[in-house]
Ligand binder design. Structure first.
Ligand code: FMN
Length: 174
């Protein structure tokens, strides 16, 4: 069965996950900006995308453009909010399924990975937004914070490398 990994990434986190996945599973990897024509002959597509404002970037457009394909599809989201929290993964699931409604894709699975926020790297508009979210969260007392605000503080202050071992559980299933 031939497979292809497509990724959408603004700042490189998702690209790193995608390339690691591609290397470990020997699957070709392409950016969603450079999808080759061979996609049309692919039996199984793995779309891995960063989440921006609650949606997997580029996914809706991808689904619309290739709506007639009958390939199997696995979706992996990468975001800063804890992917194990039900409210977060349910929202992503809903948005993925909405994008796939008028398509022929056969959705196999959706996986969720923790991303990384490198504030120094952010472009001006994104930096303003993230700084505002961080500052308003930091102003609150610990007991007033909701879970997403805690995640924002944690992601903002973290300076560790991306943990590629988070892919391990997905590697077994792809
Ligand atoms: C402007 C902005 C909006 C974001 N919105 C969300 C979001 O709604 N949910 C989430 O889980 N992560 C969100 N993130 C975090 C990114 O998904 C995370 O940093 C991810 O690792 C970025 O991947 P990339 O480096 O491949 O672009 C946001 C980040 C930025 C800068």
């Amino acid at each position: 069965m031939n497979k292809m990994i497509i990724y959408s990434s603004q700042y490189g986190t998702t690209e790193k996950y995608a390339k690691e996945l591609g290397t470990k599973k020997t699957i070709p990897v392409y950016s969603n900006q450079e999808i080759p024509a061979t996609l049309l002959q692919t039996d199984e597509i793995i779309y891995i995308g960063a989440i921006y404002m609650g949606k997997i970037s580029g996914f809706e457009k991808f689904a619309k453009k290739y709506n007639s394909l009958e390939s199997k599809l696995t979706v992996i989201s990468v975001g800063m909010y804890n992917p194990k929290r039900e409210s977060n993964y349910k929202d992503i699931e809903k948005s993925v399924k909405a994008s796939l409604q008028k398509t022929n894709f056969l959705l196999e699975d959706i996986f969720y990975l923790q991303g990384k926020l490198d504030v120094k790297q952010l472009r001006f508009k994104d930096k303003i937004l993230v700084n505002a979210l961080y500052k308003s969260s930091k102003k609150k007392n610990a007991n007033e914070l909701n879970e997403n605000e805690m995640d924002i503080i944690e992601a903002y202050e973290a300076n560790s490398e991306l943990d590629l071992s988070k892919l391990d559980s997905i590697l077994e299933k792809i």
